[in-house]
Design a protein around this ligand. Structure first.
Ligand SMILES: NC(=O)c1ccc[n+]([C@@H]2O[C@H](COP(=O)([O-])OP(=O)(O)OC[C@H]3O[C@@H](n4cnc5c(N)ncnc54)[C@H](OP(=O)(O)O)[C@@H]3O)[C@@H](O)[C@H]2O)c1
Length: 330
């Protein structure tokens, strides 16, 4: 099959199209002919050797994809050849930048009609993460205010829609007027453009928008110094969710920024959650059904052919993308 492999860690140029042996469905697995694979920040970190859970090359990157079942392994129930499915994996296993993937059946979900495979490929990482953080960790609800840092990103564009659909007031924070306008189009009620409100000015603007109180929930998709902003933007009894460190700059925490306000900090890491027993399939089914019913739209603004995975990574790392970047196999 065609796949994109990393033979050594490095820049986007190490994503090399290759011919590799076809995988087979082992016990408990289904073999999927992939139509699309999501591209994530973690893939770029893996490629460059900076991912904290990285294996060693040679590796096929990609942690999510969607396609059609080609074969069903021993002991698997609930799947038939020809089913349209989405699937998730973990860094380097099985690797979704490929035409075929043998995926664990307990990490795959049969798709409803009405959702295309490119959109479905974007759900397992960004959309599941936003859904879990907002509904399961933060327990968002109507009347609450939710700040989304990096609101035009893959995760952010999901979070804006999920929070707005739950009846929350969404403040979208993003790095340009184009990005904030786009986030407003996804349902954000207020926006903060960090090219105008840089550094602490972004905090002041969030506090101004909330009459000095802050937000009940802050979803931090950036980390580093922005994590301190997130703590300052939280209301009394609020929840701050830390799930990223885009710049790899350490986040330093002053406990006085949260305990005097009774603010709770939640951590989230997808692979760790799954390793510790969380079954993502009910949430993924709910998300796929919501997309199929038109309640959410998955903004895939950039698609690249499999062979051009290096360009997809360049796009992601230029910080210009809005929504998800997806590889299509064709
Ligand atoms: N913990 C988990 O399990 C988990 C799961 C999924 C994703 N994540 C993480 O969540 C974050 C968002 O993921 P994503 O796929 O939505 O990312 P993405 O689409 O690539 O967006 C990342 C955004 O971060 C912002 N940013 C701020 N400072 C930056 C900097 N110095 N360099 C680059 N970007 C910077 C940019 O938005 P602005 O220009 O608007 O500032 C950028 O568009 C990533 O860090 C990712 O690794 C974590």
């Amino acid at each position: 099959m065609r796949a994109v492999r990393i033979e050594e860690f490095g820049g986007p140029e190490v994503l090399v199209p290759s011919e590799v042996p076809d995988p087979v469905a082992g016990p408990g697995q289904v073999l999927v002919r992939l139509a699309a694979a999501g591209v994530n920040r973690a893939d770029a970190l893996l490629r460059s050797g900076r991912y904290h859970r990285a294996g060693r090359p040679p590796l096929i990157p990609g942690v999510e994809g969607a396609g059609t079942v080609l074969a069903v392994g021993a002991g698997v129930t609930g799947f038939e050849v020809g089913d349209r499915v989405l699937a998730m994996g973990e860094a380097g296993r099985p690797g979704f930048y490929a035409e075929l993937a043998a995926v664990d059946a307990d990490r795959a979900v049969v798709l409803p009609d009405g959702i295309d495979l490119t959109s479905a490929a974007a759900l397992p990482s960004a959309w599941f993460s936003a859904w879990y953080c907002l509904h399961r960790l933060a327990r968002i609800g109507a009347g609450q205010t939710v700040v989304v840092q990096a609101a035009a990103s893959g995760v952010g564009s999901a979070a804006v829609q999920i929070a707005a659909a739950a009846g929350a007031r969404v403040i979208a924070v993003a790095g340009s007027a184009e990005k904030t306008a786009w986030a407003a189009g996804l349902g954000a009620h207020d926006t903060v453009d960090t090219s105008v409100y840089a550094g602490d000015a972004a905090v002041d603007e969030v506090l101004r928008l909330t009459d000095g109180r802050g937000a009940e929930v802050v979803l931090d998709l950036v980390g580093g110094p922005v994590f301190t902003h997130s703590l300052h933007e939280a209301a009394p009894l609020g929840r701050v969710i830390a799930m990223a460190n885009v710049t790899l700059t350490p986040s330093t925490v002053d406990t006085r920024d949260f305990y005097p306000k009774n603010v709770t900090i939640h951590g989230f890491q997808l692979t760790n959650l799954l390793e510790n027993g969380y079954d993502p399939r009910p949430d993924l089914r709910e998300l796929a059904e919501a997309v199929a019913a038109g309640r959410f739209r998955v903004p895939v603004r950039s698609t690249f052919p499999l062979e051009h995975a290096a360009d997809a990574h360049r796009r992601l790392e230029q910080r210009e993308n809005k929504g998800k970047v997806v590889l299509v196999m064709e």
